[in-house]
Design a binder for this molecule. Sequence first.
Ligand SMILES: Nc1nc2c(c(=O)[nH]1)N[C@H]1C(S)=C(S)[C@@H](COP(=O)(O)O)O[C@H]1N2
Ligand SMILES: [Mo]
Length: 199
Amino acid sequence: MLGKFFQKPESEQSDRVPPGQYLAKGFPVLTYGDTPEIRTEDWEFKVWGLATPKTFSWSDIMAMPQSEFTADFHCVTRWSKLDVTWRGIKVTDFMKQVEVDPQAVHIMEHCYGGYTTNITKEDFLREENFFAHTLFDEPLSADHGGPLRLVVPHLYAWKSAKWINGLEFLDEEALGFWERNGYHKRGEPWAEERYSGLF
Ligand SMILES: Nc1nc2c(c(=O)[nH]1)N[C@H]1C(S)=C(S)[C@@H](COP(=O)(O)O)O[C@H]1N2
Ligand SMILES: [Mo]
C-alpha cells in the first residue's frame, strides 16, 4: 500500500494524521457510482422535513457570504490529505436562511445521483463546516463534487457529500447509503469510527 500512492507522514505532520491513515499523494477521487454533471443554471438545492420547505438557486447560494477555509480530509479507506484549501459558504451562514423546527435533531444529506449520508444536527452546525464550490483556487470539478459539495472536516470524508442538493431535517437518527452498508453512523477519524460493528 505504501509507495506509489501513499507516503508515511513526516514527523511534524504525524500528529495531524489520525490512527491507521496514510498521506495521499495528489487528491484521490472516491465516488460510488456515476459522476453527475449539473449545470449551475439547472442546479437546485432544497430543504424539507422538519424545516420550512425552501428551494435555493445557484445565484441564491452565491449571494451568501463567501469564505475561504483550509482543512484536513480523511477517507475511511485510509488516505488523508492535509491542508486542502476551499472556498464556499459556511454552513452556519447558509442556515441563517433556513427555518428549522426545534424538534429536528438529525439531518439526511441528499445528492444528485442518489447518494445520502446522515449527520446529527450538532455535528452539522459546526463553524468549520462548509458548502464548497472552489478547490485550490479552481472551480470544483465534477469528480470532486462540483458545482457544490459539503465539507465536514471533523468526520470521515464520506460525510462530505458531493453534488449535495438537499437537507432533510429529522426528529430521529436515520442511516444514509454507507451507514446502511456497514459504516459507522458518526465516523470520527481520531476514534477510528470506521464500521458499525453490525455487519
Ligand atoms: N455524492 C457522493 N458524495 C460522496 C461520495 C460519493 O460516492 N457520492 N463519496 C464520499 C467518500 S467515501 C469520500 S472519501 C469523499 C471523496 O471526495 P473526493 O472524491 O473529492 O476525494 O466524498 C464523499 N462524498
Ligand atoms: Mo471515503
